[in-house]
Design a protein around this ligand. Structure first.
Ligand SMILES: C[S@@+](CC[C@H](N)C(=O)[O-])C[C@H]1O[C@@H](n2cnc3c(N)ncnc32)[C@H](O)[C@@H]1O
Length: 275
C-alpha cells in the first residue's frame, strides 16, 4: 500500500490510502475481528504484546487496555503512512503504544522480548511467511503464544469474488488480481504446516465466520478503492465505466442486499500456537 499518496475520496484524489483504511476498512472489516483475535490470544494484565504488521493499529489499540499500565504494547509495520495514522489515532491512549517501522521477516527486537505476538491479516503479504512466523517465535518468551488471522480463499468471500471479477472486466486484470491478493489459496493444513515448520508446538487452526457490511454497492466499491492501490486505476477510468462496474456488482450482489445496504459473509482462519 502506498503511504501518504493522495487517493480518491468521492472518486477524486483527496485522502491518503492509510487514512481511508482507518476510516472505512477498520470499522467495516478489521475491528470486528480484532476482539475475537485478542480473546483467542488470552492476553492478560501485565503482558508484553507485539502487533506485527499493525497497519493503523487497531489490534495494538485494543490490546492496550487489556495489558494495563503494568504491561506494554508495540505495533510494528513496514509502511510509514500506516504508522503515522496509527500514532495519531492512539495519541491519548494509556498505556501508550510504541510504534516501530520494520519488516516482519527481520524483526528489530531481541530474543524472548514478548509474551504474546498478534498478526491480523498480514501473513499473506509477506515475502516469506515462514521466516516471519519464525521471527515471531524468536521474539516470544518460552511459554508465550502467537495469534494470527488470515482470510480464507476468495471463494469464501462472496462480495469480493464479484468485485474482483467486475474489476477484471471493467478496469483490467491487474486491478482484479490486486483485489484477490488479501485472500491466499492456503487451506487449514497449509497453515498448520507453516506454523509447525517455524518451530511452534500446540498449533490450532479454526475457521471463523463473520460478515462485512456497506451502506450501498457504490460505497463498497468506492471505500475499498480509496483504501488501497486500486484508487488510481479506478479513478482513471471514465465515469460511465465506473457506473457499469457498480451496476454489475449490484446485480451480482442482489441476494446480499437489504434495507441497510449490502452484507456479505467473510471467512478467516485463526491460528494460535504456543512456544
Ligand atoms: C491488511 S493490512 C492489516 C493491518 C492490521 N494488522 C489490521 O488488522 O488492520 C496489512 C499490513 O501489512 C503490512 N505489511 C506488509 N508487508 C509487511 C512486512 N514485510 N513487514 C511488516 N508489515 C508489513 C502493510 O503495511 C499493512 O499495514
Amino acid at each position: 500500500m502506498s503511504d501518504r499518496t493522495r487517493q480518491p475520496a468521492g472518486w477524486q484524489v483527496e485522502q491518503s490510502a492509510s487514512e481511508a483504511y482507518e476510516q472505512y476498512l477498520v470499522p467495516a472489516i478489521f475491528a470486528p475481528w480484532t476482539d475475537r483475535l485478542l480473546e483467542t490470544a488470552e492476553i492478560r494484565e501485565g503482558d508484553r504484546v507485539l502487533d506485527v504488521a499493525c497497519g493503523t493499529g487497531v489490534v495494538a489499540r485494543r490490546a492496550a487496555p487489556r495489558v494495563g499500565t503494568g504491561g506494554s504494547v508495540v505495533g510494528l509495520d513496514i509502511n510509514d503512512g500506516m504508522l503515522a495514522v496509527a500514532a495519531e489515532t492512539a495519541a491519548d491512549l494509556q498505556p501508550s503504544i510504541e510504534w516501530r517501522r520494520g519488516d516482519a521477516t527481520d524483526l528489530p527486537f531481541s530474543d524472548e522480548r514478548f509474551d504474546v505476538v498478534c498478526c491480523q491479516q498480514a501473513l499473506q503479504f509477506f515475502d516469506d511467511p515462514g521466516v516471519a512466523v519464525g521471527e515471531m517465535r524468536r521474539v516470544l518468551t518460552p511459554g508465550g503464544s502467537v495469534a494470527l488471522s488470515v482470510w480464507r480463499p476468495i471463494d469464501y468471500q462472496p462480495a469480493y469474488v464479484v468485485l474482483a471479477d467486475a474489476l477484471d472486466r471493467h478496469v483490467g486484470d491487474e486491478a482484479g488480481t490486486m483485489m484477490r491478493s488479501p485472500f491466499p489459496e492456503w487451506d487449514g493444513e497449509d497453515l498448520q504446516t507453516l506454523v509447525r515448520d517455524a518451530g511452534f508446538d500446540d498449533v490450532s487452526v479454526t475457521v471463523e465466520i463473520g460478515s462485512v457490511r456497506y451502506p450501498s454497492v457504490e460505497e463498497f466499491v468506492r471505500r475499498e478503492a480509496a483504501s488501497s492501490p486500486l484508487a488510481e486505476p479506478i479513478a482513471a477510468v471514465e465515469s460511465a465505466v465506473r457506473d457499469d462496474l457498480i451496476r454489475e456488482v449490484a446485480d451480482a450482489l442482489h441476494g446480499y442486499s437489504d434495507d441497510d445496504g449490502i452484507v456479505s459473509p467473510m471467512e478467516s482462519y485463526v491460528i494460535t500456537a504456543d512456544r
